[in-house]
Design a protein around this ligand. Structure first.
Ligand code: SF4
Ligand code: SF4
Length: 286
């Protein structure tokens, strides 16, 4: 089968997840159209690897507005709100915007029609084309906003339709990571051979398993002693698909914010081979 959507995740930040996503995207874009989507909307950084002008579009979400002249202060909306965003007093009603998840429940239950919804901005989607066959889309959450999944959804929608999409997932294993991985054909888990790295790898692997997304591992900054990582991978039935060694030349390009696959072309072939292995595994798992 043709793998159309790959999520790159790690369970925690700093393991080189964005590096893998960016170099994989660049390498595959030498021969085909690829869209890279930065779903780490609280701290997007994929754009730092590329230089190009970008366009921007807003991401909005519905937020309730209450007409106190129509409100009878019956309290049903506050009972309905499981996020505690509404407080109904005897003759007043308070709305805590920062707690509201835009579920729309309060407007549905209000018996007097006192709640209407208005669209408010929660973030942006940036789009650029740094290389002829590569589009880069970044979700950017506004400071202080909680609607990260809304911005991730908007960034993913902006990527469609495309032959091959690579999602750079946020760190951790919470809702934004689930939102990113959810409709992927494969999950590439990036890890380092450290005790913390392995613990987070296991957590991220558990999310992929729960979502029934086949997964494989990239060991980044490998010092050659990966026995413990291999044992964890074999315990969880995770194939190790690529090792990126700790290499001063790679580190130097990284520190300059550049893609090592541009300067070390042998890596373009290794990332292309990685995609072939992903296709073989995902195809065999369906
Ligand atoms: S449900 Fe409607 S009428 Fe009742 S307190 Fe809420 S806004 Fe007011
Ligand atoms: S939209 Fe949902 S989360 Fe927001 S105030 Fe209404 S019930 Fe609460």
């Amino acid at each position: 089968m043709n793998v159309a959507k790959i999520a790159v995740a790690s369970g925690k930040g700093g393991t080189g997840k964005s590096t893998v996503a960016a170099n994989l995207g660049y390498s595959l874009a030498q021969e085909r159209d690829v869209v890279l989507v930065d779903c780490d909307v609280e701290e997007p950084n994929l754009h730092l690897f590329f230089q190009d002008g970008r366009s921007e579009s807003p991401v909005t979400t519905p937020v309730p507005v209450i007409d106190t002249s129509a409100c009878t202060f019956c309290g049903r909306c506050a009972e309905q709100c499981r996020y505690g965003a509404l407080l109904v007093l005897e003759n007043d009603i308070r709305f805590f915007r920062e707690l509201c998840h835009s579920c729309g429940g309060c407007s549905l239950v209000c018996p007097t029609g006192a709640v209407r919804e208005e669209m408010e901005a929660v973030g942006r989607v940036w789009e650029s084309r740094p290389f002829p066959h590569l589009r880069l889309i970044s979700g950017v959450l506004d400071v202080g906003e909680i609607h990260s999944t809304r911005v991730i959804q908007a960034a993913k929608q902006a990527a469609e339709p495309a032959g091959l999409i690579i999602y750079d997932a946020p760190p951790g294993t919470a809702c934004p990571v689930v939102e990113t991985m959810e409709d992927s054909d494969f999950c590439l888990l990036v890890t380092e051979s450290t005790p913390f790295g392995l613990h987070d790898l296991e957590l991220a692997a558990a999310v992929a398993k729960k979502l029934c997304v086949p997964a494989g591992v990239v060991i980044n900054r490998s010092d050659g002693d990966d026995a413990e990582t291999m044992a964890v991978c074999s315990r969880h039935d995770l194939p190790v698909l690529l090792r990126i060694p700790f290499d001063r030349k790679i580190a130097a390009w990284q520190n300059r914010g550049e893609l090592f696959a541009v300067h070390m072309p042998q890596w373009q072939g290794r990332f292309t081979d990685l995609y072939t292995r992903i296709q073989d595994i995902a195809g065999g798992s369906r």
